[in-house]
Design a binder for this molecule. Structure first.
Ligand SMILES: Cc1cc2nc3c(=O)[nH]c(=O)nc-3n(C[C@H](O)[C@H](O)[C@H](O)COP(=O)(O)OP(=O)(O)OC[C@H]3O[C@@H](n4cnc5c(N)ncnc54)[C@H](O)[C@@H]3O)c2cc1C
Length: 475
């Protein structure tokens, strides 16, 4: 089956009946109709539909089967492929304003990166590169959707934590003729329970063999439980919650209760060295970062647009500090776009001909975004001031008091209802629980910003800079 439509995604999801818990209850019935999920599932369905209506960059032709496959599964072998991937990712991000960090292109990219890294598994103990390649073909041909989890529960983050008995982390507790048996928990999976599959792999720096694995299993595998946080999509009204009603991706704790992972779904197990190499030396980081930064560029455009709309609506553009604040967002946007293009321009090819975007500019972009995104959100708050709390609901405007609101809440050149509509967008981006979670997401989802900046320091090739400084001394 080639690139799917939204309808196929939704029907497949409803038929899974995965074990999803929300607010003390286990989900029953069609998940696509549940108030906490229907908005995001609809948006995700629209993304799948866009694969069929937005141009040739959305799919590529499979060499094996001739089917048209979603471009986010494409393993790039040229700079042109990289650009095609960016165009496709940004088309989807344009539909969501970049607010769905886990739109399907994120995990499709991860799987493509894994499939392009099988050289690390070949010939190593307990490694099955053939399983991974077969699964990549199956997933891309069926346009499977994925969530993933790899960080361990936040039980004890001390450097000496490995000396304590670990009673929470998901580990291999059995190996039999059917497969691996996994028991324990992982920190979280965004979109858990609303995807066909979950990819599970070791956290970076794994030190215990029984935690060194990578596999993928269907979301409805017996014993696999997704426990959702409280939903932030409090209203279906697009007027009241213009963003949360459409793009709220629930985060879920993941519990493995003696889950059996069939052997044909195991990519590797019980191999610490491979687990670490796969993460660090494989293509996971450059490919995934390229997807992330492509999305973040679009999200910054949205933030910039909202900031300017606020400025225009209350007519504050003449003030120097206002211009300066919007310029901060412009500088961030241009920097992110430049770093993205730089990573493509400096891409290198591996022995198999895979085109790998340069990781350093992407690392810099994502680490910088962890700092500037919260500042962008602060800027919108500073520009909006009380505007983001004087926001009556759609029902208020339909009530007998509505006429007063239309009049008294008017702004420069717009009536009260139009103004509130705009400020509700700004509120949902920077003040609602949805907006707050967006900021936390951009700060942490690709890792702790502190350790990420340390990684940049450690991997950055400083040779040329050092020799320039040394030459200066010599001359
Ligand atoms: C909204 C959201 C969605 C996410 N979605 C997913 C998902 O879908 N799948 C998934 O697998 N993960 C997901 N994550 C997890 C994400 O990868 C982690 O949050 C991130 O790696 C940081 O880990 P942590 O949350 O355990 O924080 P911790 O590592 O516990 O950090 C907490 C604090 O302690 C400090 N600290 C801890 N250890 C050290 C150290 N060694 N050196 C210096 N400082 C240290 C940190 O700087 C930080 O201030 C998501 C996170 C968020 C917030």
């Amino acid at each position: 089956m080639p690139a799917i439509t939204g309808d196929i995604y939704r029907r497949r999801l409803d038929s899974l009946q995965s074990e999803v818990w929300i607010d003390g209850d286990q989900m029953k019935g069609n998940i696509s109709e549940h108030p906490a999920f229907r908005g995001v599932i609809k948006s995700q369905s629209e993304l799948y539909d866009l694969q069929h209506s937005s141009g040739s960059h959305m799919t590529f032709t499979s060499e094996h089967t001739g089917s048209e496959i979603g471009t986010s599964f494409l393993i790039p072998t040229s700079k042109e492929d990289l650009r095609k991937r960016r165009k496709m990712i940004q088309q989807w991000a344009g539909h969501t304003g970049g607010l769905m960090g886990r739109s399907p292109d994120y995990m499709n990219t991860v799987l493509a990166a894994f499939a392009a890294s099988t050289d690390i598994l070949t010939g190593q103990p307990n490694c099955f590169p053939e399983n991974l390649l077969k699964f990549y073909d199956f997933a891309s041909e069926n346009d499977l959707s994925f969530t993933h989890t790899f960080i361990n529960p936040q039980t004890n983050r001390s450097k000496l934590a490995f000396l304590e008995e670990d009673v929470t982390n998901a580990k291999i507790v059995g190996r039999d003729e059917k497969g691996l048996i996994i028991k324990g928990a992982k920190l979280l999976a965004t979109q858990g329970g609303i995807t066909d599959e979950i990819i599970v792999f070791s956290a970076p720096g794994v030190q215990d063999n029984s935690c060194a694995y990578a596999f993928s299993i269907p979301s409805n595998t017996p014993g696999l439980k997704f426990i959702c946080r409280e939903a932030f999509s409090s209203s279906d009204s697009k007027f009241n919650s213009p963003l949360a009603s459409r793009f709220e991706e629930l985060d879920t704790i993941v519990i493995f209760d003696d889950v059996c992972v069939p052997w044909d779904r195991v990519f590797f197990h019980d191999n610490i060295r491979v687990a670490n190499d796969f993460y660090i030396k494989g293509k996971f980081i450059p490919f995934t970062l390229h997807q992330i930064v492509s999305r973040q560029a679009v999200k910054t455009e949205l933030v910039m647009g909202v900031a300017q709309m606020v400025v225009d609506t209350i007519n504050i553009s003449e003030y120097q500090h206002v211009q300066g604040k919007v310029t901060e967002i412009i500088k961030g946007l241009e920097m992110i776009k430049a770093l993205l293009l730089s990573s493509e321009e400096q891409a290198v090819f591996d022995k198999a001909g895979v085109c790998i975007p340069k990781r350093e500019p992407l690392y810099v972009a994502v680490n910088t975004f962890q700092e500037v995104y919260p500042r962008f959100i602060e800027i919108i708050q500073l520009l909006s001031a009380s505007g983001i709390v004087t926001i009556p609901t759609e029902k208020d405007f339909q009530s007998p008091i509505g006429k007063d609101l239309v009049h008294y809440l008017q702004a420069f050149e717009v009536d009260g209802k139009e103004r509130v509509k705009l400020f509700r967008l700004a509120w949902d981006l920077c003040l609602s629980s949805f907006g707050g979670r967006q900021t936390l997401y951009e700060r942490f989802f690709f890792g702790d910003p502190i350790r990420l900046s340390q990684t940049i320091y450690q991997i950055y090739d400083k040779t040329d800079c050092l020799s320039l400084a040394e030459n200066m001394l010599k001359s």
